[in-house]
Design a protein around this ligand. Structure first.
Ligand code: NDP
Ligand code: ZN
Length: 353
């Protein structure tokens, strides 16, 4: 079969591979809508997880089941399914401890385009199918549903990590597709005032549509100064980080009120340390919590998030600025993600076989 792969750091291309094999608990799926992610860009062009050769990329997709293992109970050939980016081993001790995304090892639930071939192949393998697949709801557009693999669960996890409560003032740093879902998640969790930090006009428009009350353009001056000016020096209760770099933490800690929390969902692709300012962290005693996490995967979570889309609470279609048709368009879509033209939020490729 054919797939679009990382050939080595900084290099991608089409390759031929053996068909994946289906274990007793697994499924083999054929993609019908897939999307590239900024994480693919960190992986290939920053070499953020080290050298990888001939690894098929992609971890966001909707597909059709073509084969299931003999122990799979709830899915069968022909089912249309949403595949979460994170597919934990549900019988691991880490999953029993409540951290399925770290099953087996830290970040162990992140298998596609990391530990094994991803969804940019003509076929791909899903471990623990009963635990990790979710049926595509009747009538849901597969391209929009592809946002349920990663953008929705990751963005919403930002508001969980930041522990957003009713009435909180929240700052979301970074409003690409992930941060935009962070905005929506914080609104659904009860944020009152919500600062959205970004510069691209169409991201700003959607941030407002998702419920941001104030826009902060980080190119017009420091984020900290702008947030402090708008809050009369009080700062914010919660910060969700979905963009920026290792220095962004320093600004986030500074703008946070004591008792507040930072939820980081940004993939820190380079550098050895992040910065925590000693004084503004209350010389170690400020009760300013810093949480960073990989999105939770799994079927139950996916079904619940799909319900948020079905009920109209989240409209993921707004994120799709560059729709493509045809398997071979995966390359173009990934290059767009790398080059990030100003009008891009998210490309999606739909595939009719
Ligand atoms: P984008 O590149 O589309 O968005 C990044 C955002 O950050 C943009 O709004 C950008 O502004 C803003 N930004 C860039 N530089 C700065 C800066 N110096 N200060 C403040 N804001 C800045 O990325 P995505 O939304 O696709 O992804 C966001 C991150 O989430 C990535 O690192 C990705 O790898 C990660 N991720 C993490 C996952 C997880 O499970 N934790 C899963 C999926 C993705 P501008 O408007 O100017 O472009
Ligand atoms: Zn991703």
């Amino acid at each position: 079969m054919k797939g679009y792969a990382m050939l080595g750091i900084g290099k991608t291309g089409w390759i031929e591979k053996e068909m994946p094999r289906c274990g007793p608990l697994d499924a083999i799926v054929r993609p019908i809508a897939v999307a590239p992610c900024t994480s693919d860009v960190h992986t290939v062009w920053e070499g953020a997880i080290g050298e990888k050769h001939n690894l098929i990329l992609g971890h966001e997709g909707v597909g059709e089941v073509v084969e299931t293992g003999n122990l799979v109970k709830d899915f069968k050939k022909g089912d249309k399914v949403i595949i979460p980016a994170i597919t934990p081993d549900w019988n691991s001790v880490q999953a029993q401890a409540g951290y399925s995304m770290h099953s087996g090892q830290m970040l162990g639930g992140w298998k596609f385009s990391n530990q094994k071939d991803g969804v940019f192949g003509e076929f791909f393998h899903v471990n623990d199918a009963d635990g990790n697949l979710a049926i595509l709801p009747e009538g849901m557009d597969p391209a929009a549903a592809a946002m349920l693999s990663d953008m929705i669960p990751t963005g919403l996890h930002g508001s969980e990590l930041a522990q957003v409560q009713y009435g909180d003032t929240v700052c979301v740093i970074g409003i690409g597709p992930v941060g935009l879902m962070g905005v929506r998640g914080a609104v659904l969790k009860g944020a009152s005032r919500l600062f959205a930090v970004g510069s691209r006009p169409n991201c700003i428009n959607i941030a407002k549509e998702y419920g941001a009350t104030d826009i902060i353009n980080y190119k017009d001056g420091g984020i900290l100064e702008q947030v402090m000016a708008k809050t009369n020096g009080a700062g914010v209760d919660r910060v969700i980080i979905a963009g920026g770099d290792n220095d962004t933490f320093a600004e986030a800690v500074r703008m946070l009120k004591p008792g507040g929390a930072i939820g980081n969902i940004n993939y820190l692709g380079s550098g050895d340390y992040i910065k925590i300012p000693r004084l503004e962290w209350g010389v170690g005693m400020g009760h300013k919590m810093i949480n960073g996490g990989l999105m939770p995967g799994g079927r139950l979570r996916m079904e619940k998030l799909a319900d948020l889309v079905v009920s109209g609470r989240i409209d993921p279609a707004k994120l799709i600025t560059h729709p493509f048709e045809g398997f071979e368009k995966i390359e173009e879509a990934l290059m767009l993600m790398k080059d990030k033209p100003k009008d891009l939020i998210k490309p999606v490729v739909t595939i009719a076989w």
